[in-house]
Design a protein around this ligand. Structure first.
Ligand code: ZN
Ligand code: FE
Ligand code: FE
Ligand code: ZN
Length: 271
């Protein structure tokens, strides 16, 4: 089993070093773990919204983060496993592409998760900013979010789209049929060549289900979009969280394999 989404102490809102995560992965019988802490945010965001500094490591820490993961990888290799991938979770929103592209070009990342955590500068997944949902029509919000998600996939910056229906986190879900949104995103992901992760963190949140939902996952499978699996752990104890549920969902939908990445090249592994 694999865990391709984990965060370390460096982002400021998670606990544990890269090596702590590797030990936890070994304990869970995970064969490949990617450390994917949050890519720094651009100055344009941090100056208009200083509180956003709590979402990611400062840019000055990125080199030390990379060194920490590579050291953990070497330690794990000497200890007989697990395999450790150098990953990162990049915030993709319109206008941030150049900044992300520049940072990504500086280090030998194995895997890049592309995530949409901001709509119009609003960090809609932050519990402290939940009040802002009241100022949106929920369907309009979902349409905006899915539009930005497609833009993120088409940018070509990411290998994997993170928690693809994160907008449901607090349970704000539009009434009625969502097939058009799911199918539109699935087709765009397929054309862009990105994978999607099955992210178990949703089970720990008010929405209380996997990201993506079963209807969305069915559309992704129908469109031929490959998957990875991730816990989005923010502490080592969350590594491999709720994998029985993830496996059951994937089997039900018809997935038989997942992807891992080396130097940003995909490789299929059996589930
Ligand atoms: Zn985080
Ligand atoms: Fe995220
Ligand atoms: Fe994450
Ligand atoms: Zn995340």
């Amino acid at each position: 089993m694999i865990d391709l989404h984990t965060h370390t102490w460096r982002c400021g809102h998670a606990r544990g070093t890269a090596s702590d995560y590797v030990l936890a992965a070994a304990g869970q019988g995970i064969s490949t773990i990617a450390i994917t802490d949050h890519l720094p945010l651009p100055a344009s965001v941090l100056t208009t919204d200083p509180a956003a500094a709590q979402y990611a490591m400062p840019e000055s820490d990125l080199a030390a983060y990379v060194a920490e993961v590579i050291e953990a990888r070497e330690l794990a290799a000497r200890a007989g496993g697990p395999e450790v991938l150098l990953g990162i979770e990049a915030d993709l929103f319109p206008g941030n592409e150049g900044y992300v592209r520049d940072l990504l070009s500086r280090y030998p990342f194995d895997v890049v998760l592309g995530s949409v955590h901001f709509v119009d500068g609003w960090a809609f997944d932050d519990p402290d900013r939940r009040g802002e949902y009241a100022s949106w029509d929920v369907r309009e919000l979902w349409e905006r979010y899915f539009g930005d998600l497609i833009t993120a996939a088409v940018s070509g910056l990411a290998d994997v789209i993170g928690h693809a229906d994160l907008v449901k986190k607090f349970g704000y879900v539009p009434e009625g049929d969502l097939t058009d949104l799911y199918k539109g995103a699935a087709d765009a992901f397929a054309h862009s060549g990105v994978a999607v992760e099955v992210n178990t963190a949703g089970l720990r949140k008010p929405c209380a289900e996997l990201y993506p939902s079963m209807p969305f996952l069915k559309n992704l499978h129908a469109a031929g979009v490959p998957i990875t699996i991730g816990s989005d752990a923010h502490c080592p104890a969350e590594v491999g969280f709720a994998y029985a549920e993830a496996r059951a969902a994937l089997t039900e939908v018809g997935y038989r394999s997942a992807l891992v990445f080396h130097g940003r090249q995909a490789e299929e592994v059996p589930l």
